[in-house]
Design a protein around this ligand. Structure first.
Ligand code: ZN
Length: 98
């Protein structure tokens, strides 16, 4: 298998894994020991691995996701402040993205 993505953002990488599974790409999550309140300086990175035969397709999917993400700034329903797409909760009023 080939390493395609690593992050310390567990929700993000699980999301990618689900997307790959929906696309019929066999993927494997490694280093899932993140959490447990350890020192952030030593937080463990999660790695997403895919079958080599699916690497090209998986890379393409990741690229399309990241392109969309960069463009999808969202406006808070509650306070109308714009939020970066990587914020799931409004920076201003803590309202969740709907
Ligand atoms: Zn808000």
């Amino acid at each position: 298998m080939e390493l395609i993505y690593s992050t310390d953002n567990k929700l993000e990488i699980i999301n990618y894994k689900n997307i790959f599974e929906n696309e019929g790409i066999n993927s494997n999550l490694k280093n899932t020991l993140l959490g447990g309140g350890s020192d952030p300086g030593h937080s463990q990175y999660l790695e997403l691995w895919v079958d080599k035969q699916h690497l090209a397709k998986a890379t393409q999917i990741l690229e399309s996701i990241n392109t969309e993400t960069e463009l999808s700034e969202w406006i808070c329903d509650n306070c109308k402040e714009p939020n970066e797409s990587n914020f799931k909760i409004c920076w201003n009023c803590s309202n969740a993205d709907s």
